[in-house]
Write a protein that binds this ligand. Structure first.
Ligand code: ADP
Ligand code: MG
Length: 543
């Protein structure tokens, strides 16, 4: 792996400062390999899996290349969906936050075009858009492509899958011949190679290759939990498994510092290890960890590289790692010297995809683990406590204590037994767990919806309308294609799209009532997986 620091890149200090604010400690492999090449002006095809930091890989060179003095449009980023356009635009703004005179604008279907036109008139140098809307603006002459120096296709494979090929070609052809053309993609289907031949000039294909790595014999679990509950889940797992030493991985320095404060506030002995610490500070933290003065080490990938402590019994991926290879490094902190190790990865929603990539890479299956319940935690605490109690009883010398209990029971006005006293002491010693309800059941909602369906007229969930689309499994349509098309064309956020039922020849999808008209309108003439579709409101269900 070509390990490099952000400091070593030929980028201005404003960008470096912003990256540091974002908590990025070191460039991810695709970033360290592609940023210098893009900065050199070459055309690039960047290929790396989802979640590996491709956005910053092109956003950094785009910001470095754009001339703030020149108010014309200089860079166009094409994204498959409205959500992605917004996300990319946010990331570019974050990276460029200390730079002056640079304006970026996301443009996508579904937002009033007048507002976009007004913003564009103010002079925008970087546009991030979905293909359809970009063409719309080109036709209206509200986007002038004559000065465009860079065209970036983000998630190129997705865009081709969604049938944007012609649109992409139209857009690229409007830009000057001497532009720099950059593709980023998780996969490299033939369609992209065709585009490459047609529009790129001697491109460099940067593919993040990974070594084959075998994962040592460690029990690997995953837990579905949303961000807001991660802390609670982590605490419960630590309480239930009671590992001698644990390493918890976060993706950013800030995240690890925050987690440490939260753990300390809850009474855990935790400390952070990350790249901001001086070597002497790191040594102090590591000494504390080795000696057990702290038993939870919260670390970032870079800092954890050298951790070689044999007693680490559990590794937590509080954040899923950027790269599959990191995963292997991380969990390798446990199960050392022939001991048993256990690892937990926290995932939710979209991250499941990243997890599947990790499974493919490591050729292992992560086993689903339920969130420990309060009862589990209590049971564990009580049994650990009774173990201590047993030792104390076995040691004897309890005459004085027995005497006190006896006289307490006798002198009390109520009728207390020594069992009552024991129970009260147990409660005092252990406290009572707060009843925080955090069971994650995303699937159950779908089941509820399905059950609810029989009540509605078209079978749709309350507030939703069920639409019929004449493509299905036979056309290799997947739920993500439907969500992508609705998001991209009608600008409805993916999360608002309801249940999707895909059959061989057709698909039913539910969308919010207030968006149904727009979806029907915007998706009238589009293609999904290369097939021109017909979309209409679903018929009422036969009673
Ligand atoms: P991709 O486009 O490859 O799927 P993203 O660009 O969306 O991946 O990045 C995934 C996540 O990783 C984002 O939350 C991003 O902020 C974060 N990230 C990107 N680069 C780094 C880095 N060098 N260090 C830490 N986090 C990073
Ligand atoms: Mg991306």
């Amino acid at each position: 792996m070509n390990i490099m620091k952000f400091e070593d890149l030929q980028i201005n200090d404003d960008i470096k400062k912003a990256i540091a604010d974002m908590g990025f400690e070191e460039p991810s492999p695709i970033q360290s390999q592609s940023i210098p090449v893009i900065l050199s002006g070459k055309d690039v095809i960047g290929q790396a899996q989802t979640g590996t930091g491709k956005t910053a890989a092109f956003s950094i060179p785009v910001l470095e290349t754009v001339d703030p003095e020149d108010k014309s449009l200089q860079a166009v980023v094409l994204c498959p969906t409205r959500e992605l356009a917004i996300q990319v635009s946010k990331e570019i703004r974050k990276i460029g936050k200390y730079m002056h005179g640079i304006k970026t604008l996301p443009i996508y279907g579904g937002q009033p075009i007048d507002r976009q036109i007004k913003s564009l008139k103010g002079g925008v140098q970087i546009v991030i858009g979905t293909p359809g809307r970009v063409i719309d603006h080109i036709n209206r002459k509200t986007l002038k492509m004559d000065n465009v120096k860079m065209v970036i296709l983000d998630e190129a494979d997705e865009m081709l899958d969604m049938g944007f090929r012609e649109d992409i070609e139209t857009i690229i052809e409007k830009t000057p011949e001497d532009r720099q053309t950059i593709f980023f993609s998780a996969t490299m289907p033939k369609g992209i190679l065709d585009l490459t031949k047609a529009y790129q000039n001697n491109p460099e294909h940067i593919k993040v290759v990974r070594k084959e790595l075998t994962v040592p014999n460690i029990k690997q679990y995953y837990i579905e939990t949303r961000s807001a509950n991660k802390l609670e889940v982590l605490c419960r797992l630590v309480d239930v498994y009671n590992p001698k030493l644990s390493v918890v991985f976060c993706n950013t320095k800030r995240g690890s510092d925050e987690l440490v404060s939260e753990l300390q506030a809850r009474g855990y002995f935790a400390d952070a290890l990350h790249g901001d610490l001086k070597q002497t500070q790191r040594d102090i933290v590591m000494d504390k960890f080795r000696s057990g003065t702290i038993d939870i080490l919260v670390a970032t990938d870079v800092a954890a590289r050298g951790i070689d402590v044999d007693d680490v019994e559990a590794v937590f991926n509080y954040d899923l790692p950027q790269d599959e290879e990191y995963y292997v490094h991380r969990i390798g902190r446990t199960g050392r010297a022939g001991r048993n190790g256990i690892s937990f990865s926290f995932v939710f929603g979209k991250e499941m995809r990243k997890m599947r990539d990790i499974e493919k890479y490591t050729k292992t299956k992560l086993v689903k683990h339920d969130i420990p319940s309060i009862a589990d935690v209590e049971e564990k605490k009580v049994s650990a406590f009774f173990k201590e109690v047993k030792t104390v009883i076995d040691e004897g010398h309890l005459a004085k204590q027995l005497q006190w209990i006896e006289s307490f029971c006798q002198e009390a006005e109520e009728d207390y037994s020594s069992m009552d006293v024991a129970a009260a002491l147990l409660k005092l010693a252990l406290g009572e767990e707060k009843q925080e309800i955090i069971e994650e059941k995303p699937r159950e909602r779908t089941r509820e919806r399905r059950e609810g369906r029989s009540k509605g007229t078209t079978g749709a969930q309350e507030g939703m309308v069920r639409l019929f689309i004449n493509v299905g499994r036979n056309q290799r349509v997947q739920a993500k294609d439907i969500v992508g098309a609705i998001a991209g064309e009608a600008g409805i956020p993916g999360k608002l799209v309801g249940t999707i039922d895909i059959y061989d020849k057709y698909t039913f999808v539910e969308v919010p009532k207030q968006n149904a008209k727009k979806v029907l309108e915007k998706m009238k003439d589009i293609k999904i997986k290369g097939n021109k579709i017909n979309i209409e409101q679903a018929n009422r269900k036969k009673k």
